[in-house]
Design a protein around this ligand. Structure first.
Ligand code: TYD
Ligand code: MG
Length: 418
């Protein structure tokens, strides 16, 4: 049977709004990112927010999303940018109280407590803000939809109406989305494809440290991490991240090694700890916090097969201190040295940092940004670094101990079993 194409009445559409343009004449849309005034946020965004873009800020309740966004619109308003903060969770009085603590009281910042989408769109027409915060997207509802407020349909529909508004008016829209530990509360995940940028805000509840990352960003890379500290007057930039991560370090204790890592483009020194303890479990426990558990398992296997260090009958705990999260193969060497040190009870020298990826053959491999890592180690007062054999470009003040293999590195660090 023949399929008839193009028959039937034309659908009633208006003239197209789009105009094909030679690529060389198109204005670069990523170029007009405007700095937020909060350096760590600009670092993650690669400059700042783009006009007409929609950003979703996800994170667990209480992590500091409202605080961060109130600070951002406060900073924008301080420069005279008309800003609107829509709270669906708190009264304007409560937001005002927080804004006082954050120093965010400026004439260009407007507040409204509202959850009805049509009313919010009316307020946007009235205030005409360049930047608007919706806190949170889960509280919005459109009364013309039959589904309940907070349902996936409501959240998705309200978000896409706000996206439409942002594109038409060139407004920067920031949406808060609560995410639970298990991953989702009706909402944020289903919005990821609707918005331009997804930022994730997390941290260690017991530490003031907060990490901001982009998991999606239409206008740039998603590699940079923003480091902020929650204090009494809001979130402040961590001036010396390495200093922060090393501040609680006790030296002369076995099972500790310092890695010269990089997070995005930023060099960072982080203490890695391991504890090897006798196990009476049939399957000994393996616990990894802030370091990759698959990577830990691989390193334990390499220690056993290539270095003669056996922990198969022991529980092994490994963690990155201070709530740091290390996602860097260059941390392999430090993790392995910490395990060896814990097992033998021999501490590493307190002036030694380590960097290197461990291969399955037990060899030590080069990693990216080695010069920056070593410079940061030197800046933090480390005098020696254990590095892969082929390392070049060593900064002044640092002695490098080159090792071809993990076994050789363990010997150099003096943590080999007798
Ligand atoms: P909040 O921004 O309300 O979190 P979210 O919007 O993600 O739920 O932050 C809540 C926590 O932050 C709360 O426990 C109090 C703390 N906080 C400070 O420590 N300093 C401050 O200046 C502010 C405003 C909040
Ligand atoms: Mg909040």
């Amino acid at each position: 049977m023949e399929e008839v194409v193009g028959s039937g009445p034309e659908p009633a559409v208006g003239p197209p709004e789009s105009v094909p343009t030679p690529i060389g004449e198109v204005v670069d849309g990523g170029a007009d990112a405007r700095p937020t005034g909060v350096g760590e946020v600009d670092r993650v965004l690669g400059g700042g927010f783009v006009a007409g873009s929609v950003t979703l800020l996800g994170g667990e309740p209480g992590i500091g999303k409202s605080t961060l966004l109130l600070q951002l619109v406060g900073a924008a308003a301080a420069r005279g940018t008309t800003s609107l903060y829509v709270s669906g969770e708190e009264s304007v009085g409560q937001v005002r109280g927080r804004a006082d603590r954050l120093g965010a009281i400026h004439d260009s910042l407007w507040l409204v407590s509202e959850t009805s989408l049509p009313h919010i769109l009316d307020h946007l027409e009235t205030v005409q803000p360049e930047i608007v915060v919706i806190d949170s997207i889960q509280t919005l509802y459109d009364p013309t939809l039959s589904s309940a407020p907070g349902s996936v349909t409501q959240v998705r529909e309200c978000a896409s109406r706000l996206v439409g508004y942002a594109k038409r008016h060139g407004t920067t829209v920031l949406l808060v989305g609560h995410v639970t530990k298990e991953g989702t509360l009706a909402g944020p995940r289903v919005l990821e494809h609707v918005v331009d940028t997804v930022l994730e805000f997390d941290g260690d509840r017991h530490h003031g440290l907060r990490l901001l990352r982009a998991s999606k960003h239409r206008f740039g890379a998603t590699t940079e991490v923003g480091l902020l500290q929650m204090e009494g007057s809001g979130l402040v930039t961590v001036e010396d991240p390495s200093g922060l991560f090393l501040s609680d370090r006790v030296t002369g204790v076995s099972g500790s090694a310092v890695v010269a890592t990089v997070d995005g483009n930023r060099p960072l020194l982080v203490e890695v700890q391991a504890l090897v303890a006798n196990s009476n479990l049939a399957t000994p426990r393996r616990s990894a916090q802030g370091v990759d558990s698959g990577r830990l398992a691989m390193l334990l296997a390499v220690l056993e097969r290539r270095c003669g260090i056996t922990v198969s009958g022991s529980d092994v705990y490994a963690l990155a201190v201070g709530g740091a999260r290390i996602n860097d193969p260059g941390a392999d060497l430090a993790v392995a040295l910490a395990v060896a040190s814990s097992l033998t009870g021999q501490p590493l020298g307190d002036d030694v940092a380590a960097v290197g990826e461990v291969g399955l053959g037990g060899e030590l491999r080069q990693v990216s940004h080695l010069d920056r890592r070593l410079s940061e180690a030197a800046r933090m007062g480390f005098r020696r670094a254990i590095v892969p054999q082929a390392t070049v470009n060593v900064p002044a003040g640092l002695e490098v101990l080159r090792a071809p293999t993990l076994r050789a590195a363990i010997a150099l660090a003096d943590v080999a079993p007798a």
